[in-house]
Write a protein that binds this ligand. Structure first.
Ligand code: ACO
Length: 325
């Protein structure tokens, strides 16, 4: 009998502090940096984002998202034999955020590790978990995206600091006789590493290089639109499906204009796209599971529907997962 993996529960968490565009306009104006709600909304679709409080780490946001996903799946932490956290803002250099989260969950013994693929991290992590379940190595996984990007933003750079936010999303992925994940497609092209990066590292007790995010926005935008269409076509072809089979496109929430052009290329109306960027900002690896959970809890994403998840981000990395929910 074939063995597949299937999502049995979703969860998400946003830190309580909401930062609106008006808040950022005021904060930046105090430093003599000009921006406006109109500019941010028009160029990105973002109106607000959430920032974590001092002393809160990615594993703390992940913990809340996981509790909610476990409850939705009717699972206990002890049932988890695989825990993967996609993050670019880990709690510390090591151990992994997944190991720290495992202890906070009280779920010891299973495999736990982080995946670093920036905004494509959740799609990468879901694909790895699917493969480990299909191979029989794992049976019940938690796959998490968790980020605190507010800590790596340069608040003197108006072209990036208005775009990102903090949050976490999680799914429980379990072995199943019925197909859930239908196909995946993952890619990277490291020669574009410098168009989106945080080029610092810890060395000799100090940070060497810059610990803040740098982005060549227009280069990222152009690359993103092209590769997202390719990844979508690849997963559809692998699964023997067409654009018409997609009930929901749940893309990485970086910029409404990237989502609109991807939907157009796939001939999907925007009412088939889950959009949370307006209230969440770009939460990197957390954005897809946050959007998925929002879709589920708002009653839009229903069991049995076909979902196309797509991520793109620093690396340069990109990928897609097609699944039956
Ligand atoms: N407020 C007001 N003006 C601004 C701001 C701001 N916050 N930021 C930039 N500007 C100005 C610029 O200085 C520039 O002024 P100039 O013409 O006088 O030089 C003007 O606005 C236009 O700037 P552009 O960079 O050309 O604006 P663009 O339309 O390209 O939008 C944006 C910028 C939103 C960053 C866009 O390029 C984008 O979304 N890129 C993709 C980002 C993305 O998808 N990232 C995903 C991956 S994230 C990850 O992996 C971590």
């Amino acid at each position: 009998m074939s063995r597949y993996s299937r999502i049995t529960g979703t969860g998400s968490y946003l830190p309580p502090r909401q930062v609106t565009n008006a808040d950022l306009v005021t904060q930046l104006a105090a430093k003599g940096i000009e921006t406006s709600d109109d500019w941010i909304v028009e160029r990105s679709g973002i109106s607000a984002r959430h920032f974590a409080a001092d002393g809160v780490f990615s594993s703390d946001l992940a913990l809340e998202a996981c509790k909610s996903a476990l409850q939705a799946a009717h699972r206990q932490p002890q049932d988890i034999d695989l825990l993967i956290v996609a993050t670019s803002t880990p709690d510390m250099v090591f151990p992994s955020t997944a190991c720290i989260l495992q202890a906070k969950l009280g779920a010891s013994g299973g495999a736990a590790f982080d995946v670093q693929a920036v905004c494509s991290g959740f799609v990468y992590a879901l694909t790895v978990a699917d493969a480990l379940i299909k191979s029989g190595t794992a049976r019940c996984a938690l796959v998490v995206g968790a980020e605190i990007f507010s800590r790596i933003l340069d608040f003197n750079d108006r072209s990036t600091c208005v775009l990102f936010g903090d949050g976490a999303g999680a799914v429980v992925l379990e072995a199943s006789e019925v197909p859930g994940i239908l196909s995946s497609d993952l890619h990277a092209d490291g020669k574009y590493a410098d168009i989106l990066c945080v080029p610092g590292h810890v060395s000799g007790g100090a940070v060497s290089g810059s610990p803040l995010l740098q982005m060549a926005g227009q280069s990222v935008f152009k690359l993103a639109v092209g590769v997202l269409e390719d990844a979508a076509r690849a997963v559809l072809e692998k699964a023997g499906k067409t654009d018409a089979d997609i009930n929901w496109l749940i893309p990485h929430q970086a910029n409404i204009r990237i989502m609109q052009s991807t939907a157009k290329k796939l001939k999907l109306p925007m009412n088939k796209v889950i959009v949370t960027v307006g209230q969440h900002g770009n939460t990197s690896a957390a954005s897809i599971p946050l959007a998925l959970d929002y879709g589920v809890r708002s009653g839009q994403v229903l069991p049995g529907q076909t979902l196309l998840l797509e991520g793109v981000g620093g690396g340069f990395t990109w990928g897609a997962v097609l699944l039956n929910f």
